[in-house]
Design a protein around this ligand. Sequence first.
Ligand SMILES: Cc1ncc(C[n+]2csc(CCOP(=O)(O)OP(=O)(O)O)c2C)c(N)n1
Ligand SMILES: [Mg+2]
Length: 756
Amino acid sequence: MFAVVPDPIPARMKGLNRAEICDANFQQFVREWDGPRDAAPADDAAILAGSALDARSFRELFESQLISRHLDLMARVLRVQNKVFYTIGSSGHEGNAMVARATRHTDPAFLHYRSGGFMAERFRKVPGMDPVMDSALSFAASADDPASGGRHKVWGSKPLWVLPQTSTIASHLPKALGTAIAVEHARRIGHVLPVPADSIVVCSFGDASSNHATAQTAFNAAAYTAYQKLPAPVLFVCEDNGIGISVKTPEGWIARNFAHRPDLDYFAADGLDLAAGYGDVERAVAHCRRTRRPTFLHLRTSRLMGHAGTDFEIEWRALAELCAVEASDPLLRSAAIALESGLLSKSELLELYEAMRVRCFAAAEDADSRPRLTRLDEVMAPLAPYSPEQVHAEATREPDAEARIAAFGSEAALPEGQPPKHLAVQINQALHDLFAKYPEALLFGEDVAQKGGVYTVTKGLQKTFGGRRVFNTLLDETTILGLAQGFANMGMLALPEIQYLAYFHNAGDQIRGEAASLQFFSNGQYRNPMVVRIASLGYQRGFGGHFHNDNSVAALRDIPGIVVGCPSRGDDAATMLRTLTAMAKVDGRVCLFLEPIALYMTKDLYAAGDGAWSTAYPPPDQAMTFGEARVYDAAATDLVVLTFGNGVPMSLRAARLIEAERGWKVRVVDLRWLLPLNEGEIARHVGECARVLVVDEGRRSAGVGEGIVTAIAEAGFGDTPLRRVVGADTFTPLAGAAFLVIPSEADIVAAALTMV
Ligand SMILES: Cc1ncc(C[n+]2csc(CCOP(=O)(O)OP(=O)(O)O)c2C)c(N)n1
Ligand SMILES: [Mg+2]
């Protein structure tokens, strides 16, 4: 408590607008200050006796605090004039500037939304940058905003290594940990990092957020790493203001929960008092950098002016309590330090305060006059870049011949010289090829290493390429996808495996909210390229149940910006993997590769032993064009079946029966690319054929089939006879009953025969 709450509380402090009250409190506090004053310290002398902070550092930190505070005050005023579009502020958290001062601008940072002080301080580290103007542009959602190009108010900066963060609570902790692990992992595979090798990763969040499952899994994974004596130099900064929106964190809970966690080294610092707190912040940072261990910095803060501009605390919180929080304002403490140390006089202090107000308002008015995003194509420009020529060139670029021979064991063992093979083998071979091509490729997930995955698809990779490039993770999909983002942030090629599609959904926010959004919210400045392999879909015989036969492609279909590919045979898998990897490398795309489990071992198509679903391995100079379908019997025009995955071999078999029954020539189109759907290709086939059948093994609602039908209708083919064969809107049961809920060959034939 830096100011005493007057009793009784004067009328001025009962006001509705707490921003105005904090503002007035500061001025009154300075005017009424009558404490002792020292002679001003030299720049490099301690600001106060016993403090680890020198006078120059204090002066700069205090200025960073003032920048942050006046940006908040400005936002509250200009929001109502529609000049600013964001009012979640940093007031009470300005002490986080100390963390920025004690770290480097090349220490990657993933920040809490109350990081105005941190940002203002980090801006000092690169000459010529203006924290006030840059922040004002972001508050104003101007297209000139250097962080996100006006897409969102984020704390982000390319030159300052602040990766922009959306405000899904705790969702950034796994990728922060992943980035810290990646900083250390680079050395082990000879990868050149974009930041110094002794960098640490800063990750801040609130006290309430620390309870989130995503946060807890990151703490656990960090400790799990450190327990094995593996480095994970992440500095978790918990900015504890004692509350989350309106729910108080139980007094003492953060210390209780974190002070004694094994392998998460706990430090506490007073974020409300620069003179007292700085030494502790420095110690935590130095510990993290030196020991490379996950470090937890518990930073005391307070929350002023409500959760956001829309939060009228006075309506739900006792006035005395509110005034007590406001009395703990860290700027009052900084003012006291400045006065007590003799660094500033009262009038100098008030002048400084007012000058910063003027600067922030001027910047905001300037920002308001700058262009905003006014066209959809501008908004979406960084979301899903695609450079067809470069992708093609990259996808067909052959790996070094020697590296291939080493990967496959001998020239004679090169897969293109082998007899036709099924899907699982060819994915395995394609992965060997990708590893030969990209020394920075890493494959990781549950059981992928020695065992080679549940279906042995990655078998032999670890043996060939070593445990540094192919490794098991702990059992947590959120961490797997956080690691993928971390490796990608540090320039490596992440090939995470998710054991089953159901378990992707378990951690989907890491892709939906985080990885897929990075290029969008950073205006294309940051990217986290990856190819996520996921064992997917139903139709497994003798191994079933819902979770091993998950067919919810629907849950992926509305994730903006990602690419979802699903091959149905081995050669397509190889060429598609090359294209996805090239899209990741060239355009930074986040790609999902759905592997139909039930087709992994399928060798035959029409009859046992016909080998018709085994294919020759495409040499490494071949790749699939993004969006291109595979068409079976392109000359057929009586009926077209639009399908993917397990639907492809089923439809091919059904086609024979339909032809026998009706005499129709049937065209089967394997769409292969499920997101985005190639609507032009769909329309072309429908336009050329008399009837259309959509076979979608996913559920009826929201599945790929709905997208196909919409594309057909929108292309103007609403009159073409159409049937849809889809899964039921149910969970998948065990054993034979599983086949009741998904389309069968008989269903496909029956649907076709209902058409005239
Ligand atoms: C996953 C998720 N759940 C809920 C929210 C809504 N929400 C936004 S901020 C917040 C409280 C966070 O409190 P704390 O972590 O203590 O941070 P503070 O705002 O106090 O700095 C909540 C519940 C969210 N953004 N994300
Ligand atoms: Mg809080």
